[in-house]
Design a protein around this ligand. Structure first.
Ligand SMILES: Nc1ncnc2c1ncn2[C@@H]1O[C@H](COP(=O)(O)OP(=O)(O)O)[C@@H](O)[C@H]1O
Ligand SMILES: [Mg+2]
Length: 593
């Protein structure tokens, strides 16, 4: 058989329906029972009362007849009253007959609540005295006929009649007749008792009904309480479990917890839903965590990207600054170059003119001097005025010194021509294309430009430049820019040496061919050197340790840019603080394009 599963709500409803049903049906039953009992008792009481009335009437008839019969004796002498009394007696006789019949009919009535009196005493009474009244009246009738035959005008006959009646009054029959009313008294008394009992029963019935009602209400209340306890247990226990799990899961943030499912009613469904809810929360939390992680990753990634962008921007900015500086410096350099080139060009022609003519001047002077000597040889006695003049101009000294002077002038113009050449060499800034040049020429011309700074000065001795040139091939480069690098490095070395004020300042310039592809120029000074912490910074734009106005911090950064970016070379700084610094330029002999 299939077990019928009821929900909590259905169970509660059913329970309370049962309780209420008991209360209502108990009350109805109580009232109905009470009503039935009451009706029964009332009916019985009415019945008894009817019976009693009949008995009373009968008794009254019996007693009246007996009284009238006894009254006949003294009234014997008064004829009229005697007749009247007798008539009364006859009337009661009829009454007795009538009520005897009535009583018999009444007793014959069957009733479902027959009492002891009705069912036993009255039938017994009727049986006992069945023919007693008729016998009594027959005997009385007989005696009355005897009395009629007498002459009641006569005292003897009256006496006789009185004697007849008196005998009758005291006869056995009359005594038995009197027994009727005696028995009736006790029967009526019993009837009253029964009537009282019926009344009590009626009262009792209402109390029974009341008890029934109260009992059923109590029973229903008990059932209700029991049901309430059961229901509250059935609902409260699982809900308590659920609540404690819910509280624990929120307090401990433990979403692994599950509520045990022990039933398949609403509570079971609630537990199941709660478990699902917890599972959903867990899943949501997991998702949130994953999202957070992803978000964090994204943020990190973005930050990284931003950092990169920032770095890139910084690089771009640095590049920009460098380019700007480079433009500025190359602008300066180009201005300087142009100026130098212009000056060189302007000087070149007159110097060449002087130099070219100087050979002729030498020749002419020599000729003139030879001629004077010839003249002195062949005309030794000269006129006194000429001798005086010769002495005045110190002719002898002039003859010796003039060729020397012209020689040194020639040296001077040669030097000037040399300088002009160097200047023109240095000022090759405008050359934007790679040129194959002699590096040594570049170094020399740069040194020439810086010549005035190398000389001895008030506070320091002259800086000696020691060249150690290797056998270099011609190198492909931007000569102007390379000169700019050499200039920056040499200028810094001079600055450092000036600052340190050491007694024998020196600059060593060494060139080497490293291998078939690379050449190297090393420029070292014996100045104070560069502290290690600063070494990394010197190539940064605007880094300077020099006083404002003196240092700009752009020389090294531009040199680095020119060597590494423009020539694909390397520029390094090696320095032992206190022992000087060395800058190493390495560039490829042939540029890769
Ligand atoms: N030969 C050197 N000896 C010592 N310090 C040097 C030398 N060359 C460069 N430096 C250091 O490098 C710094 C940067 O040089 P540079 O870029 O040319 O800028 P600036 O000469 O205007 O200061 C200098 O301020 C100096 O401190
Ligand atoms: Mg500098």
């Amino acid at each position: 058989m299939r077990k019928i599963r009821l929900g909590v709500g259905q169970r509660i409803s059913l329970g309370y329906a049962i309780a209420l049903g008991i209360a209502v049906s108990g009350t109805v039953a109580g009232f109905r029972i009470g009503h039935t009992y009451h009706q029964l008792a009332d009916e019985r009481e009415a019945f008894i009362r009817d019976e009693v009335e009949l008995l009373h009437r009968l008794q009254t008839g019996i007693l009246q007849a007996r009284t009238h019969q006894q009254q006949l004796i003294p009234l014997m002498e008064n004829r009229k009253e005697y007749q009247h009394e007798y008539a009364h007696l006859l009337h009661h006789k009829r009454e007795i007959e009538h009520f005897s019949r009535e009583l018999k009919t009444f007793i014959a009535k069957e009733s479902n609540f027959l009492g002891e009196v009705h069912s036993r005493e009255i039938p017994k009474f009727l049986q006992t005295y069945n023919n007693v009244p008729s016998l009594y009246f027959q005997e009385l009738d007989r005696r009355m006929q005897q009395i009629q035959s007498l002459n009641l005008a006569l005292p003897k006959d009256i006496e006789q009649a009185q004697k007849i009646l008196l005998e009758f009054t005291n006869s056995q029959l009359a005594l038995k007749y009197d027994g009727i009313s005696d028995d009736l008294v006790s029967i009526i008394e019993d009837c009253y008792k029964e009537a009282n009992k019926a009344e009590e029963l009626s009262e009792e019935s209402s109390s029974i009904a009341q008890k029934f009602v109260i009992g059923s209400i109590l029973l229903s209340v008990t059932i209700s309480i029991f049901l309430a306890i059961l229901t509250s247990r059935a609902i409260a226990h699982p809900i308590q479990t659920l609540t404690s799990v819910a509280r624990r899961s929120t307090q401990e943030s433990n979403f692994e917890l599950q509520v045990p499912i022990e039933r398949d009613d609403e509570i079971g469904i609630l537990a199941q839903s709660f478990n699902q809810l917890i599972a959903s929360v867990k899943q949501l939390l997991h998702q949130e965590q994953v999202t957070n992680e992803q978000l964090e990753q994204k943020v990190e990634q973005r930050t990284e990207e931003l950092k990169e962008k920032n770095l890139h921007l910084q690089n771009v900015l640095e590049e920009l600054q460098r380019t700007q500086l480079q433009i500025v410096q190359s602008e300066k350099m180009s201005a300087l170059g142009q100026m130098v080139a212009g000056v060189a060009h302007e000087i070149n022609n007159p110097v060449n003119f002087i130099h070219g003519n100087l050979t002729h001047v030498q020749e002419y002077t020599q000729n003139l001097l030879d001629f004077v000597q010839l003249y002195q040889q062949y005309c030794p006695e000269a006129i006194p005025e000429i001798l005086d003049e010769a002495e005045a101009i110190d002719l002898e000294f002039m003859q010796q010194d003039l060729p020397k002077m012209l020689d040194s002038m020639k040296v001077g113009t040669n030097r000037i021509r040399q300088i002009v050449l160097s200047l023109r060499n240095f000022s090759r800034t405008d050359e934007a294309e790679f040129k194959t040049v002699d590096i040594h020429e570049g170094i020399d011309s740069t040194l020439l430009i810086l010549q005035h700074r190398l000389k001895q000065q008030a506070e320091r001795s002259a800086i000696s430049v020691i060249k150690d040139y290797g056998n270099l091939p011609w190198v492909e480069c931007y000569p102007g820019q390379l000169n700019q690098v050499l200039m920056n490095i040499l200028a810094n070395a001079i600055d450092a040496l000036e600052e340190s004020k050491i007694p024998n300042p020196q600059i060593n310039i060494r060139t080497d061919k490293i291998d078939s592809n690379w050449v190297q120029i090393a420029i070292a000074d014996n100045g104070p050197g560069i502290p290690e912490a600063i070494q990394k910074q010197i190539f940064h734009p605007f880094f300077t340790t020099k006083a404002v106005g003196k240092g700009t911090g752009i020389g090294m950064s531009i040199s680095y840019e020119i060597v590494t970016q423009k020539h694909g070379g390397r520029l390094e700084c090696l320095s032992t603080p206190g022992k000087g610094a060395e800058f190493m330029i390495q560039i490829p002999i042939i540029q890769n394009r």
